[in-house]
Design a protein around this ligand. Sequence first.
Ligand SMILES: [Zn+2]
Ligand SMILES: [Zn+2]
Length: 325
Amino acid sequence: MKSQDWHWQPKTPLDNNPLFEWPPQLRRIVAWYASVWLKLSEVLLMLAMAIISWLYLMPELAQFQLLGVGVVALMLVRNLSIAIIVAGGLHMFFNVLKKQGSELRYDTTELTNQKRFDFNSQLLDNMFWTLVSGVTLWTAYEVLIIWAMANQYAPNLVWSGNEVWFCFLFFAIFMWESLHFYLVHRFLHWPPLYKLVHSLHHRNISPISWSGISMHPVEHVLYFSSILIHFVVPTHPIHVLFHMLAMTIGAMIGHTGFDGFFIKNKNRMALGHFHHQLHHRYFECNYGTIELPCDVWFDSFHDGTQEATERMRQKQREKIISNKT
Ligand SMILES: [Zn+2]
Ligand SMILES: [Zn+2]
């Protein structure tokens, strides 16, 4: 049953990655991966940006050995530009110029009271935390790993001779990121940490693209720490760039609030992550992503239906009663 809480919502119940279903359903698995890797998608965009960045928009690997100011500055300016182009571009298209009206928009409620935000503005608040804290810590982690690779402190992988493994790692990065995000995110909902840190991200009940990495600096440190896996698993700098883009522009695209680009009566490119939009609305569900069904495994999955909303509200009522007694 369709939930009444949304202006528009995708087909429910929502699916998780069928790779983890038993018995295996080969056709669904192929369709799932084809829809991500063989169509115009955010993943292909990230892959293209990672390759272009590696080839043209960053210093040579050898220059990371000594780590001069110029090297760090170049990385910082590159990441700042990516954030402004992606989050700014989406915001301009959907929220300022309103090029798509409310087609494929999850929530059309206009936020009139902006007092909960810094500078009394969701846009300025989100831009500030994204550009000042987000881009700085994104660049710091990225530079740390590539510096470690250049100095052989982190293991390196080359393309020739490892082609299959090299490609497989792009799939594996998404799964690792999903698991890490689930664990960190549950920790962030521990009440003391939620109050001090994660509530900043949750100011955005109806998120916009700039909300994606609008987080408290402590949350940035925890959230981006999934990149430290590159100290253990041999990878290439392209994997590091891709991994960081998945966590940054992936989040910006996912928070857009629109399910996709609606061109000629069709959703031509998936954008918003409705699974995560549900988390922003109902808080105590969908801590992970659909890439790895952690929410199903740990009983926190909201599949987007009205029944799931009722079930969740019932759970919350029981919790309140048991806390009182
Ligand atoms: Zn949360
Ligand atoms: Zn979010």
